[in-house]
Design a protein around this ligand. Structure first.
Ligand code: EPU
Length: 420
């Protein structure tokens, strides 16, 4: 059912906000628990909409999932199969594609509908299919469903990713942990969530070398032990809330963050003249007399500037003095939300689907708007927080896919927000 946020913007905000567990590690930890017949534990699991959707899919595969405490679950995937996966459920979450690696490695046969998720670009799955093929699997395509089969175990091989892919790296690495022989993955993603996943796999008995680099060497093993996944703080939430403090020129203390994971953002903010107090695991935004200086970005795979932080940064630049170029080479659909910001009063010119020029500063006005995807959605919500008057953000549940209790947490720092 469609929900909306009603925001009475333009008020003063101030206070502390707590960062939750990283969505893009939590969803992969769920998938990784299918690699073992033993029990696994996941803690600091964020209460976001994608988590129960993934858990429902796992239960349909035969996994037993029990809540054992706040944000903690135990998973028993002793017997699993891909029977009865509802294509509609699979299409709801892009991350469900990462089930394909563990499932294929454990069961030798999977049927997957083309996955869904955010509309931020074409988002093909050719790297996955090609990778499985290289590992000896046969692929049968029927309409928008893929049947993938392997006789015996997958085989170790050498795979080069034509583009750096987060879920591609994670899925093929998971499949390779149980393959026969050695798999070499080249041009891999190095995002902190990928690194944590690979480290957890090694704790389960996998033999992965090169973690944190773009070259992974994975010696297949016969079986893995149970996993213990502690979800790290979400760097994308950290970035979102810091930028919220800065765009409102407010004092916001963002707690429970890993500052080492947002180096590229901190560098750009420093260039823009932002005042921040940086502690061991917190960052506080300090109100300042002068406007931020317009400063361009180009998104890049980690450790570069995260594509997931681009929308909030673009909004931040509408409040900075001067002209900034935002270059988004990774996804071709991730700048269209700027059209909605223009409707709210921003002055943003689209050069092509990958580039916009932001002319700041501009006053934003309240509007009735709709959340297109998680990150653009939260950005429009932040725009509504700044715009003096009443805005409505439709499709609030899309924001809930990546941010736990966003309205509750914003209310704690003084935002006038209601869910309807
Ligand atoms: N790509 C292909 N073929 C493939 C896979 C990817 O061409 O088979 C291309 C994509 O079209 C894109 C590029 O490779 O141009 C990189 O995409 P990637 O595969 O890295 O994206 P993803 O794994 O689907 C994850 C996150 C996204 C995040 C991107 C980039 C998860 C569940 N999702 O997506 O997170 O934007 O990496 O960092 O991990 C979000 O959290 O809001 C979100 C969208």
């Amino acid at each position: 059912m469609s929900q909306k946020f009603i925001v009475n913007g333009g008020g003063k905000i101030k206070g502390e906000i707590e960062v939750k567990g990283a969505k893009n590690y939590a969803l992969k930890a769920l998938a990784a628990s299918l690699l073992t017949e033993e029990k696994s534990t996941i803690s600091n699991l964020p209460q976001i909409v994608d988590v129960p959707v993934m858990i429902e899919l796992m239960k349909k595969m035969g996994a037993v999932v029990k809540e054992t405490g706040p944000g903690e679950i135990k998973i028993d995937a002793k017997k699993i199969s891909d029977n009865d996966l509802d294509p509609k459920e699979v299409r709801r979450v892009r991350a469900s594609i990462v089930f394909s690696g563990p499932l294929l490695a454990r069961t030798g046969e999977i049927t997957i509908p083309h996955p869904g998720g955010d509309i931020i670009g074409k988002r093909p799955i050719d790297f996955f299919l090609e990778g499985f093929k290289e590992m000896g699997a046969k692929i049968f395509i029927d309409d928008l469903t893929y049947k993938i089969k392997t006789k015996g175990r997958l085989k170790g091989t050498k795979i080069f990713f034509p583009k750096i892919s987060v879920t591609g790296t994670e899925t093929l690495a998971m499949a390779a942990t149980l393959a026969k022989g050695k798999t070499v993955l080249e041009n891999c993603a190095m995002e902190p969530e990928v690194v944590c996943l690979l480290e957890s796999l090694n704790q389960m008995g996998a033999k992965i070398k090169g973690i944190g680099s773009s070259l992974l060497e994975i010696e297949g093993v016969d079986s893995l032990k149970g996993g213990n996944f502690k979800i790290i703080p979400d760097r994308l939430e950290t970035g979102t809330f810091i930028m919220m403090g800065l765009m409102n020129n407010s004092e916001i203390k963002v707690n429970n963050c890993d500052i080492n994971h947002i180096g590229a953002l901190l560098d750009r903010l420093k260039q823009a003249g932002a005042k921040l107090e940086i502690g061991n695991c917190y960052i506080k935004t300090i109100p300042q007399k002068t406007k931020l200086k317009a400063t361009g970005i180009q998104t890049h795979e980690y450790p570069g500037f995260a594509t997931d932080l681009q929308p909030m940064y673009t909004l931040l630049m509408t409040q900075a003095q001067g002209i900034s170029m935002i270059h988004e080479p990774i996804f071709e659909g991730r700048l269209y939300f700027t059209d909605i910001l223009n409707r709210m009063g921003a002055d943003i010119i689209m050069c092509d689907p990958h580039r916009v020029i932001v002319n700041g500063p501009t006053t934003l006005y309240p509007r009735q708007i709709e959340s297109p995807d998680i990150r653009a959605g939260v950005t429009l919500l932040l725009a509504a927080v700044m715009a003096k008057g009443k805005s409505t953000i439709e499709q609030a549940q899309i924001i809930d896919r990546g941010y736990e209790d966003i309205d509750g947490r914003l209310r704690q720092v003084g935002v006038d927000i209601l869910r309807a």
